[in-house]
Design a protein around this ligand. Structure first.
Ligand SMILES: CC(C)(COP(=O)(O)OP(=O)(O)OC[C@H]1O[C@@H](n2cnc3c(N)ncnc32)[C@H](O)[C@@H]1OP(=O)(O)O)[C@@H](O)C(=O)NCCC(=O)NCCS
Length: 160
């Protein structure tokens, strides 16, 4: 898989990736019906398209030439010192092979001015919490879960 910037022609594949990965990750936490509602709203082609041109943002995909296996979307604050990782998803059949790590590295490299990268992850998503810890993030508190689960964990990693 190589990492590249997402383009409009990728959006249908990215939506399919998000729907599949969201069901695999969150059905046990939020329930399949709620996941379908959320993915229809947050991951519609129109909602994704807006992100392609969002200023101070990076929208990346992992591509092997035949399939998109992962995606990431991150945005910097006004001064560029803090980057928020808003989405990082790897198709279930491609997880555990380094793609998430590659996408995260490329996100970080895309914001050379940044001093901190931050994210929120569903507390019950043990696998993702373990992944972020393995990638150098530490827990910094909690926040309400936007998906309606229990709580999100706020995690941060200093950069530079
Ligand atoms: C979380 C996710 C993005 C990680 O991507 P991935 O491609 O599966 O992870 P990688 O193979 O790149 O793993 C990178 C590192 O994290 C570690 N890691 C990955 N999964 C782990 C786990 N379940 N427990 C502990 N460490 C883990 C790996 O050991 C690896 O470290 P290493 O390179 O030193 O061996 C991916 O599994 C995913 O999309 N999960 C479902 C969606 C999700 O939860 N996204 C995050 C929402 S906030």
């Amino acid at each position: 898989m190589f990492i590249r910037t997402a383009s409009e022609r990728d959006l249908a594949s990215i939506r399919a990736l998000l729907v599949e990965t969201w069901h695999a990750t969150y059905d046990r936490i939020y329930g399949a019906e709620r996941v379908a509602e959320i993915t229809d709203r947050w991951h519609s082609i129109d909602a994704l398209k807006v992100r392609l041109t969002k200023p101070r943002s990076e929208f990346l995909v992992a591509d092997d030439g035949t399939e998109i296996g992962g995606m990431a979307f991150a945005s910097a604050d006004g001064e560029g010192a803090i980057v928020t990782l808003l989405q990082l998803y790897v198709l279930p059949r491609h997880q555990g092979r380094g793609i998430g790590g590659l996408l995260l590295d490329e996100v970080i490299d895309s914001f050379p001015e940044a001093r901190l990268i931050r994210l929120e992850v569903e507390q019950e998503n043990d696998r993702a919490v373990a992944f972020y810890k393995a990638c150098g993030f530490v827990e910094k508190g909690s926040a309400p879960s936007p998906g309606g689960g229990e709580t999100s964990v706020v995690m941060e990693r200093p950069l530079g």
